[in-house]
Design a protein around this ligand. Structure first.
Ligand code: ATP
Length: 323
C-alpha cells in the first residue's frame, strides 16, 4: 500500500530509450537510439490533479505508456499505487483508468451500453457498484439518450464523454487523460472539465492530464509539469510557469484600411497583414488602455485578445533560461 507520505505515482530517474532502424542507403540500415524519456523523477500525491505538458515529441505519451505498463522503462524506478506497472499490469489495470482523446476504447459497432457491460465483466465490478457508477456518469456526463446508440454514430464530444465514463466504472484511483478536450466544441469542453473537477474533489481521484489547451490546465490543475526532450523542465504552479515564460498576450486589431504599424506604449506590433495588425503585450497587463488608445488614434473596426498558448509559453521559458 502507499502511505500518505509516499506518492500514488512515483518516478525516480525513469528513462525510455527506443532503438530505431533507419534506411541510410539502398541496402544499409542505420541503428539509432531515441531517448524519449531522459531521467524523469516526480511524485504525485493521492487526490492531486496535475497537468503534464510539453511540445510535440517531448515524451508525454511515452511517460503515460510506462505508467500504464504498456511500455517498460529502460532505466529508473516507477510505481503506481505501489505497483510496478509493467510487471503487475493486470493488477494495475484495476487501479487506473485511461482516456486517449485521439482513440477510443469503446466498441465501435456496438451501442455504448454494451461497452459498459463488457467493462463490468472484464473488471469484475460488483453489480451494485457498477449500477451506481454508471448512473452517476450517465447523469453527470449526460449520456442517457446515447446508451443505445452505436459508438460510430456518436459525435466526437459524445464519444469522449462515453470514453470517460468507461474509464471510471471500476473506480480507479488514478485517471490518465491524454488530450481529453481535443477537437471538442466549447460546451462539450466545459462539460468535460466540470465533470473532472467534481470527480477530483468528490472522489479524490488522482488525475494526470496531458493537453495542448492552456485553459484545461488553468481551470483544472494546481500543478503543472513541463517536459521537453524527455526531461522535466518545470514542476510547480501554473502562475509560476507564466512568470518563467514571461508570457505575453496578443491584441489583434482590424483597422479600416492598411496603415503603417500602430504605435502604442506597452505593446509592440509583431505582424501586419493588410488592415489587420497583431500586437504583443505582457500577459499580466490589462488590454483596456491599449484598446482605448488605439480606438482614439486609429480607425479601429474590430479587435480580439488572444491568450498565450502553451507552446508559446514553453518556448519563452526556454529562451529565458538560455536553453
Ligand atoms: N515506439 C517508438 N519507437 C521509436 N521512437 C518512438 C516510439 N514512441 C515514441 N518515439 C519517439 O520518442 C519521442 C517522444 O515521443 P512521445 O510520443 O512520447 O511524445 P509526446 O510528448 O507524447 O508528443 P505528442 O504531443 O506529439 O503526442 C519522439 O521523438 C518519438 O518519435
Amino acid at each position: 500500500m502507499t502511505g500518505p507520505d509516499r506518492g500514488l505515482i512515483e518516478l525516480d530517474g525513469v528513462e525510455k530509450v527506443f532503438d530505431v532502424r533507419r534506411k541510410a542507403g539502398r541496402l544499409r540500415r542505420e541503428k539509432r537510439q531515441v531517448r524519449a524519456v531522459d531521467g524523469i523523477s516526480f511524485r504525485v500525491a493521492r487526490g492531486e490533479m496535475v497537468g503534464y505538458i510539453g511540445p510535440n515529441g517531448a515524451g508525454k505519451s511515452t511517460t503515460i505508456k510506462m505508467l500504464t505498463g504498456i511500455l517498460t522503462p529502460s532505466a529508473g524506478r516507477l510505481r503506481v499505487a505501489g505497483l510496478d506497472p509493467s510487471r503487475e499490469r493486470t493488477r494495475l489495470a484495476q487501479r487506473i483508468g485511461v482516456v486517449f482523446g485521439q482513440r477510443t476504447t469503446l466498441w465501435w459497432d456496438l451501442p455504448l451500453y454494451d461497452s459498459y457491460r463488457l467493462a463490468h465483466r472484464m473488471y469484475r465490478i460488483p453489480d451494485a457498484r457498477f449500477r451506481e457508477n454508471l448512473d452517476r456518469c450517465v447523469e453527470l456526463l449526460d449520456l442517457g439518450a446515447l446508451l443505445d446508440v452505436p459508438v460510430r454514430q456518436l459525435s466526437l464530444g459524445q464519444r469522449m464523454r462515453g470514453d470517460i465514463a468507461a474509464a471510471l466504472l471500476h473506480d480507479p484511483d488514478v485517471l490518465y487523460l491524454d488530450e481529453p478536450t481535443i477537437g471538442l466544441d466549447v460546451i462539450s469542453k466545459a462539460k468535460v472539465r466540470e465533470f473532472l473537477r467534481d470527480l477530483n474533489t468528490e472522489r479524490a481521484t488522482t488525475i494526470l492530464l496531458t493537453t495542448h489547451d492552456l485553459t484545461d490546465i488553468e481551470q483544472l490543475c494546481q500543478r503543472v509539469m513541463v517536459i521537453d526532450q524527455g526531461r522535466l523542465m518545470y514542476d510547480g504552479a501554473l502562475a509560476g510557469l507564466h512568470e518563467a515564460g514571461e508570457s505575453e498576450r496578443t491584441l489583434v486589431v482590424d483597422l479600416e484600411r492598411e496603415i503603417p504599424p500602430v504605435r502604442v506604449e506597452g505593446a509592440r506590433v509583431v505582424k501586419v497583414e493588410g488592415p489587420r495588425q497583431w500586437l504583443s503585450f505582457p500577459a499580466s497587463a490589462s488590454a483596456a488602455p491599449l484598446v482605448a488608445h488605439i480606438a482614439q488614434e486609429y480607425p479601429l473596426v474590430d479587435l480580439s485578445v488572444r491568450e498565450p498558448d502553451i507552446e508559446a509559453v514553453i518556448a519563452r521559458m526556454y529562451e529565458g533560461r538560455g536553453l
